[in-house]
Design a protein around this ligand. Structure first.
Ligand SMILES: [Zn+2]
Ligand SMILES: [Zn+2]
Length: 134
């Protein structure tokens, strides 16, 4: 399964050139990316065109450097290349999961203000919505 770039080709190419066509994750996903076991924070080694077993060819995603404040796929296309980072699918998905987990932790504080049950979205359909937004 490979994903197409989520932003326009020209923007995607500019972001990838800035990144040297290599995933820019330096721990945002929670991994150390430390193959040499030096206990330092490394950078994800995945690069465009590499083949990863079970994943296939790596196609990096242009993702906002500040995904919490600058949104994700919808607004990514409107940001300049300097505000976007090249991320592999694994790091990108892990970052998204971390954001979602953080949002869930914040949600209970809303209980007194809003009845959020009517906004509750079944996780299965939320995934569907994500695919549509992408
Ligand atoms: Zn990565
Ligand atoms: Zn990573």
């Amino acid at each position: 399964m490979t994903r197409p770039p989520l932003v326009g080709a020209a923007l995607w190419t500019a972001v990838m050139r800035n990144a040297g066509h290599r995933c820019e994750c330096q721990g945002a996903c929670g991994k150390k990316h430390d193959p040499g076991r030096t206990r330092k924070q490394g950078r994800c080694p995945l690069a465009n065109g590499q083949f990863v077993s079970k994943v296939g060819e790596v196609i990096l995603i242009a993702m906002p450097r500040d995904p919490i404040n600058e949104g994700d796929f919808v607004s990514a296309a409107k940001l300049p290349p300097s505000r976007l980072a090249a991320m592999c699918a694994q790091c990108h998905d892990a970052v998204r999961r971390k954001i979602r987990t953080a949002e869930k932790k914040l949600a209970p504080q809303m209980d007194d203000l809003f009845d959020i049950s009517e906004y509750y979205v079944d996780p299965a359909s939320a995934k569907q919505a994500d695919v549509g937004a992408a």
